[in-house]
Write a protein that binds this ligand. Sequence first.
Ligand code: GDP
Length: 197
Amino acid sequence: MLVKNPHFVISAVKPEQYPVTDMLEIAFAGRSNAGKSSLINALVGRKRLAYSGSTQGMTRQINFYNIDDELMFVDLPGYGYAAVSKDQKSLWGRVIEQYLNVRPQLYMVILLLDVRHDPSEDDIVMYNWICESGLAHAVVLTKCDKLSRMKCKERVRAISASLGAGSAENFYPVSALDRTGIEELWAAIDEVMREEG
Ligand code: GDP
């Protein structure tokens, strides 16, 4: 997939701040540092469309990116950053939850997990929510270049099992660094878009 003109639209916290559009949206969710910005940049073939906050984990807005007027990428705030207060954590939780619950044009959620780590409690809650929502979804296991191909396969099996997934069918090992899995993920996005559109 060749993206020609991806651009940042707006950062929002409350639903009234979300952009008014009827484009379909794909949301990216994951712990801070899971590799969301890097994945979005790899998907659109740009170095710096999405960027992590200057202080790691401190971006709590939802960032909307217009992808060639075809669809919107929605970068949800990274959760699970250890160095913030409980109050801030629950505020972030609300920002994510609100978006997921109120946005009618949301049709796919991509959950990112670092391939080297086991899912956290927050990851499990998010995964279960996505499954129950009935939305199309993919689980992206990031930073695969850090492991051998064999080890990566093993981790895909282990992570899908610990999430209680019936199969690893929707799981995509990916590297933003060497672009492993990026085209496969686009193919999955395209397929869902065709079904939806
Ligand atoms: P975010 O907080 O989820 O947006 O995560 P970032 O995209 O900022 O990535 C967090 C860190 O992981 C950064 O240091 C990235 O360079 C690194 N990273 C992200 N994706 C990859 C990848 O595919 N391979 C490697 N080796 N590092 C990655």
